[in-house]
Write a new protein. Structure first.
Length: 347
């Protein structure tokens, strides 16, 4: 079967190879496992950091990727979830975290490029407890776009951000998969959501999706511009994937006791938490991915509200994955980048 692996590049050590190779198809299942035939996968920035050598625990030669949708091709053992051969499913994008809201209970790995093998392949074996039926209203491309971004956003918005109806929320860096999912979740719960971006076009697209407004963070007074949009009303929470100097501004625009949820630091890997934030009782809460329980809750929320992940572009065939990586490097996408694993002749 074909699979996309991470391979160390000696010629270009700052950008490793993502290489399509033939590897043996899994033939033997352990008890309570299932064999999945993969329909589609989607990229996350994590895969790009792995290729740049900027992610911990890289295992060269391992299959990449954490996000997929597929169908059950074989099952061994009784299925407590009543999974049947032919069911369309998504996979929990990590292992080692069951339900503790504070953090993983054991050794924790995100799928792909690590000690936990990835899903960028034609077939994948998973424990049945980590397999969930895909929401019926989603296409394969949308379902493939959901797992990692959806779980990360769900935990950031609800578990850590405590976002509720009628709150005022800021989501930074709109256009990425997690930020867009966070926008949808917060709007669905009845919050009033504002966004930031360096692209006025992305802000306009977010407004069409339901955001109340947004500002370009290249404006040196973007914090005041946000308060102008809210009429001076302070924010309850910020869902942030950028880091850098953002918290300095967040401290000025958040209410007393406001919450900053940091799920990533794409600008630089540190933030300044000042005494001003302490005096205002503002909290910074780190948040990454989530538990199996939160994943189940996220899927139920998506099904209940009929939410659809935004798919920016689709490529047909694992061999075209490099095109998806090149698109991600430009940062121009609005939504997720998806690769169909099926042979185009079978679509």
């Amino acid at each position: 079967m074909k699979a996309l692996i991470i391979e160390k590049s000696d010629a270009q050590p700052t950008y490793h190879l993502a290489k399509v190779v033939d590897i043996p198809k899994p033939e033997t299942l352990e008890n309570n496992q299932a064999l999945l035939e993969i329909n589609a996968v989607s990229l996350n920035h994590r895969e790009l950091w792995i290729r740049k050598g900027q992610y911990p625990g890289i295992v060269f030669g391992s299959v990449m990727g954490a996000d997929c949708v597929g169908k059950v091709a074989d099952i061994k053992g009784s299925s407590p979830k009543n999974l049947q051969i032919g069911d369309r499913v998504v996979v929990m994008p990590s292992v080692g975290w069951d339900k503790d809201p504070r953090g993983p209970e054991e050794a924790y790995y995100i799928l792909g490029g690590s000690h936990a093998g990835g899903v960028f392949s034609e077939y994948f074996v998973a424990d049945q407890e980590n397999i969930f039926k895909a929401p019926d209203h989603l296409s394969d491309e949308e379902a493939a776009a959901l797992p990692l971004a959806g779980l990360t956003a769900f935990r950031a918005v609800f578990t850590k951000g405590q976002v509720a109806q009628d709150q005022i929320v800021l989501i930074t860096g709109i256009g990425g998969g997690v930020a867009l999912q966070a926008l949808m979740f917060a709007i669905a719960i009845g919050a009033k959501v504002f966004v930031t971006s360096s692209s006025d076009e992305k802000i306009a697209k977010a407004v069409r999706l339901g955001a109340a407004g947004g500002v370009n963070y290249k404006d040196p007074k973007w914090g005041q511009a946000l308060l102008n949009l809210t009429g001076g009303v302070l924010f309850d929470a910020v869902i942030d994937g950028a880091g850098g100097d953002g918290p300095k501004t967040f401290t000025r625009i958040l209410r007393l006791g406001g919450i900053i949820v940091s799920y990533g630091m794409t600008v630089k890997p540190q933030v300044d938490y000042t005494m001003a934030a302490v005096l205002r009782n503002i909290e910074i809460r780190g948040s990454t991915m989530g538990s199996r329980l939160e994943f189940q809750q996220m899927l139920e929320f998506v099904s209940k509200h009929k939410l659809r992940p935004i798919v920016s572009q689709v490529w047909r065939g694992l061999e075209l994955s490099e095109h998806a990586f090149e698109a991600m490097k430009t940062g121009s996408q609005f939504g997720k980048l998806v690769v169909s694993v099926k042979n185009p002749s079978r679509l």
